[in-house]
Design a protein around this ligand. Structure first.
Ligand code: CDP
Length: 226
């Protein structure tokens, strides 16, 4: 590989972004940045500090002091909020709902985008989220937009949470995904949408290996001729 790219992967909840991005990062020896984890950590921070999402002054103060670190680990990156490992905690139902609620707030997005741009400034990164190809890195070298039908997405997420020992029904998961997608696509600031120059990848009928290989091939092919 010659150049160190910025690769943006956007798409709705549980569309396969993070699984794909993680494996792709290993293949390319790139850094993987899960921006959803950053919104999840910010949401959790309001919960831990008892801050209402309507209290702009308290939110601003929280954001001025917040520290979110993503550390590489072989079994999956670890997320630290103000020095504390919250990697598992941010995946719980309350943090998940809060992440989408806090993600509509302008000052929160401004702070997260600032941190994300810094993390990706030297290239060699794969960043996944909702607004990476549209807002965070509109000039990214590669943009992919992953989609999958809602039943497939709900099934995937259900298997994940079941493996972690959580008891939640498939129907509840499906409703949560639909609610979050609606919230994410209809918000005023940086809504979830496909960038004009993004390559769509429908993963409904793809295995994880196929998803990774599909995107990997696109990157390798272009790099060969540049
Ligand atoms: O992994 P999953 O697809 O369930 O969600 P996530 O990527 O962890 O993102 C959690 C929430 O953060 C999303 O529902 C969005 O509301 C928000 N988010 C965002 O607004 N912008 C991003 N770049 C990433 C996530």
């Amino acid at each position: 590989m010659k150049k160190k790219f910025v690769i943006a992967i956007d798409g709705p909840a549980a569309s396969g972004k993070s699984t794909t991005a993680k494996q792709l990062a290993i293949k390319l020896k790139y850094i993987y940045i899960d921006t959803g984890a950053m919104y999840r950590a910010s949401g959790l921070c309001t919960l831990l500090q008892n801050i209402s999402l309507d209290d702009e002054v308290a939110l601003k103060e929280m954001l001025d002091k917040i520290s979110i670190k993503i550390e590489y680990a072989k079994e999956g990156n670890r997320i630290y909020l103000n020095g504390e490992d919250v990697s598992e905690r941010i995946r719980e139902a309350d943090s998940t709902k809060l992440s989408s609620q806090i993600a509509v707030i302008g000052i929160v997005r401004k702070k997260m985008v600032e941190l994300q741009r810094k993390m990706g400034e030297n290239g060699g990164v794969i960043m996944d989220g909702r607004d990476i190809g549209t807002v965070v890195f509109p000039d990214a070298d590669f943009k992919f937009f992953m989609i999958a039908d809602v039943r497939t997405r709900a099934l995937r997420r259900w298997k994940e949470v079941k493996d972690n020992g959580e008891s939640i029904t498939l129907e509840e998961i499906k409703e949560e995904l639909i609610w979050r997608d609606k919230n994410d696509t209809t918000r005023e600031i940086s809504p979830l949408k496909q960038a004009k120059d993004a390559i769509p990848v429908d993963t409904s009928k793809m295995s994880i290996d196929e998803q990774v290989q599909y995107i990997y091939n696109k990157i390798i092919m272009r790099n060969k001729y540049e």
